[in-house]
Design a protein around this ligand. Structure first.
Ligand code: UDP
Ligand code: MG
Length: 311
C-alpha cells in the first residue's frame, strides 16, 4: 500500500474547506483501486476565521484529515514547505483550498506518474475571470522572468503539482529562506509533465492576493532566481562612463573652437540629476540582493507551529 498526501495551504478558508473536502473525496475514489491511501494535510497559515474549527470537524468524521497550524501568517510559501516536510508519503500533491486547482485532474496526473514522470505540473491556459490588469502584469512578469532567469518558470503555472518521493526530497533539500516555489520546482529538474486547464473561479471566500502583494512576490521571484539585474546595473555604469567620456571630449573641443566652457549649465544640471537617479536605481538593486542575503544569513525558521491546533 502506498500513500498520497494532499497538502492544502489555507488562510481564512472556513467557507471553502467543506466544499474542497467533498470534491476531493469525490475525485479520489479511484485511489483505492490503485492501492493508494489518502491523507489530507491542511496547513492553517495564521487564519483568523473558523478555519481550524472547520478542519477539526472534518477530522472528527474522517481520521485521514490532519492539520498543521502556524502561530501567525507566514505566507503560502512557508505553508507549502511545512506540508512537504511533514509528508512522508510516496506521492504528494499541493492544492489550493478554493478549488481553483481542480481535484478532478488527479486521476489523469497519476496516469503520468505511471509513465515514469517524477512530477506532474499544471498550468492555466486562460485567465478568464481575473482582472485584466492583473493578467496583463502577470504575463509581462513571465516574459521578463524568461529573459532574466535560466530556470524555467512557465506562464500560468500553478503550485498544483503531483510529486514522487524523489522530487519532494529534492525540493526539501532547498532550504532557502526566500522561497519561490515556482522557481524551485523548475530548478530541481527531473521529468515533468505539464497539464493545461481552463481557469476556474474561486469556490468561496476571497483571494488573499492584492495587486501590490503580487508585485512584491514577483520581485521576490526575480531576486531569488536571477542575478541578471546586477549585471544590468554594472552595464549601465559602463555605459554612463562612456557617455561622460564622449561629453568631456566634446566640451574640450568646443572650448578650443568657441572658447566658452560655461555655456549649457541647464543640460549639465539635467545630466547630474539623471545620473544621480540611475545611481540610486542601481544601489537599490544591489540593496535588494543584500537584503535577501541578510535574511538568509539570519537563518530564521520559515514557520512556527502552534502545537495545540495540530492534529
Ligand atoms: N494562502 C495561504 N497563505 C497566504 C495566502 C494564501 O496559505 O498568506 C492560501 C489560500 O488559502 C489558498 C491558496 O493559498 O488556499 C491560494 O490563495 P488564493 O486563492 O487567495 O490566491 P489566488 O488563487 O487568488 O492567486
Ligand atoms: Mg485561489
Amino acid at each position: 500500500m502506498s500513500e498520497l498526501t494532499v497538502i492544502v495551504p489555507c488562510k481564512n478558508e472556513e467557507e471553502a474547506i467543506p466544499l474542497f473536502y467533498d470534491e476531493l473525496i469525490r475525485c479520489t475514489a479511484f485511489l483505492s483501486a490503485r492501492n493508494v491511501e489518502l491523507k489530507v494535510l491542511f496547513i492553517d497559515d495564521g487564519s483568523t476565521d473558523g478555519t481550524v474549527a472547520a478542519v477539526r470537524s472534518l477530522h472528527d468524521r474522517d481520521a485521514r484529515v490532519h492539520l498543521i497550524s502556524f502561530s501567525r501568517n507566514f505566507g503560502k510559501e512557508a505553508a507549502m514547505y511545512a506540508g512537504l516536510k511533514a509528508a512522508e508519503s510516496d506521492y504528494t500533491v499541493i492544492m489550493d483550498a478554493d478549488l481553483q486547482d481542480p481535484p478532478s485532474l488527479l486521476e489523469e496526473m497519476f496516469s503520468y506518474i505511471d509513465q515514469g514522470y517524477d512530477s506532474v505540473a499544471t498550468r492555466r491556459v486562460t485567465r478568464k475571470g481575473e482582472p485584466p490588469v492583473r493578467s496583463f502584469f502577470a504575463r509581462r512578469f513571465y516574459k521578463l522572468m524568461k529573459k532574466l532567469s535560466d530556470t524555467e518558470i512557465m506562464d500560468g503555472a500553478r503550485d498544483y503539482r503531483l510529486m514522487t518521493r524523489q522530487f519532494v526530497d529534492a525540493v526539501l533539500a532547498m532550504t532557502e529562506y526566500n522561497r519561490f516555489t515556482k522557481g524551485i520546482f523548475g530548478w530541481v529538474g527531473f521529468d515533468t509533465k505539464w497539464i493545461d486547464f481552463e481557469n476556474v473561479d474561486r469556490s468561496a471566500g476571497k483571494t488573499k492576493w492584492s495587486f501590490w502583494g503580487l508585485v512584491k512576490y514577483s520581485l521576490e521571484g526575480i531576486t531569488a532566481f536571477s542575478t541578471k539585474p546586477l549585471v544590468i546595473s554594472s552595464l549601465m555604469g559602463i555605459f554612463f562612463c562612456f557617455v561622460a567620456f564622449v561629453m568631456v571630449i566634446f566640451i574640450i573641443v568646443r572650448k578650443l573652437i568657441f572658447g566658452d566652457p560655461v555655456d549649457g549649465w541647464a543640460s549639465l544640471a539635467t545630466i547630474i540629476v539623471f545620473v544621480g537617479g540611475v545611481q540610486f536605481f542601481c544601489t537599490g538593486i544591489l540593496g535588494q540582493y543584500i537584503a535577501k542575503a541578510y535574511l538568509e544569513v539570519k537563518d530564521r525558521p520559515l514557520y512556527l507551529k502552534n502545537d495545540k491546533n495540530c492534529f
